[in-house]
Design a protein around this ligand. Structure first.
Ligand SMILES: [Zn+2]
Length: 365
């Protein structure tokens, strides 16, 4: 299997430095206060200025860096709009602030725009005397119970979710819709819009066939695997099915485009990366099949086994890992490979699916 190649040895510093990555495309980084400590943003040359692709989080540092860029390298140049690949706070946290400050339109898919608007509304506990987790909707509490997730970790999670909503400035009151299959002309360069599913519902990727450039957001990162997580808001979702179908569509893109991802470094080797990602999820499926064969278990127990090599996980990492594990379990269940049973303790336990063909075979054999 051929390796990925990285045409740029180093990234721009997350201090407002701009780097040219292709004619009419500039690359910059903003810091993130997380284990993943940066996001890549891009500027696309437009007819009379620059279009911003993704924004960084809403905090004082990122806002100051944007001000510095507008006063420095982009001084005297117009910003024509802001395009967000998806709603996550590192991508769209400053969508509202930028579009309101600059009075420019926001470009986003329908699903992501409205998800951004709901994310900005943090769940509040109903009273001070309540514990944090009691403020969670019953559907979310039920999700964690069905998975066998320890109730003691719920307070931490609730707190982090509220903090995450503070990394988003109030979303813009209007947007311009991006749709799969449509074309978008930016500064004379035609971009084809592609839908990515699984990481979020309506992630947008931009592809220019002529120059061989793919703005990939979080859909095709070179080293880390994007989080594909079944969340309490849609516990039955088949996100891994959506994710793998998206990879199948993206594998059809011609030639070998330069992939501009939202994290890590730009790279070539799209086909290789898609093969690696499929193999990665294939290994997770195999492990989960084995685990269910060995003994019936909850989604949380399966998570601890699946991610055992990562050592002790923080409550939030455990929640992300649980969502990821559930995405794989839902996939196998939808395809009839495993089943789940609701036990008296309120937990689902996963077992191999009863297969009538096997049973018939063993009777006759
Ligand atoms: Zn994301």
């Amino acid at each position: 299997m051929s390796e990925l190649s990285f045409p740029f040895a180093a990234a721009p510093r997350p201090d407002g430095e701009l780097r040219d990555v292709a004619p009419g495309i500039k690359w910059l980084r903003m810091p993130l206060p997380l284990a993943l400590d940066h996001i890549n943003l891009y500027l696309l040359q437009d007819d009379d200025g620059w279009l911003i692709v993704d924004t960084g989080i809403s905090d004082a540092t990122t806002r100051a860096l944007w001000q510095q860029i507008f006063a420095g390298p982009l001084a005297g140049q117009r910003i024509t709009g802001v395009l967000c690949t998806h709603y996550h706070y590192d991508h769209a946290g400053l969508a509202g602030w930028l579009t309101d400050t600059l009075r420019v339109p926001l470009y986003m898919s329908h699903g992501e725009y409205y998800t951004l608007r709901t994310l900005a509304q943090a769940p509040e506990p109903e009273s001070e005397s309540q514990s944090q987790s009691e403020g969670l909707p019953w559907q979310h509490l039920e999700y964690f119970q069905r998975c066998g997730f320890p109730a003691a970790a719920l307070d931490d999670i609730h707190q982090v979710l509220r903090m995450a909503s503070q990394l988003v400035s109030p979303p813009p009151a209007a947007f311009r819709r991006l749709r799969h299959g449509e074309a978008l002309k930016i500064g004379g360069r035609p971009w084809q819009l592609h839908l990515g599913e699984g990481h979020v519902a309506e992630h947008m990727l931009l592809h220019n066939a002529q120059d061989g450039i793919l703005l990939a957001g979080d859909q095709l990162l070179p080293r880390i695997t994007s989080n594909v997580s079944v969340l309490p808001t849609e516990p039955e979702a088949d996100l891994m099915g959506d994710w793998l179908a998206s990879l199948g569509r993206l594998a059809q893109l011609p030639n070998d485009p330069l992939v501009l991802p939202a994290h890590e470094l730009p790279y070539r080797g799209l086909q290789t990366r898609i093969r690696q990602l499929r193999a990665h999820h294939g290994r997770h499926f195999d492990r989960l099949r084995q685990l269910c064969q060995a003994r019936e278990l909850t989604a949380y127990e399966a998570t601890l086994q699946l991610f055992a090599q990562r050592g002790q996980l923080s409550p939030v990492d455990r929640m992300m890992a649980l969502g990821e594990c559930l995405a794989h379990l839902n996939y196998l269940r939808r395809r009839g490979e495993i089943e789940r049973r609701l036990d008296a303790d309120g937990c689902y336990r996963y077992v191999p699916a009863f297969n009538p063909t096997d049973a018939a075979g063993s009777l006759s054999g």
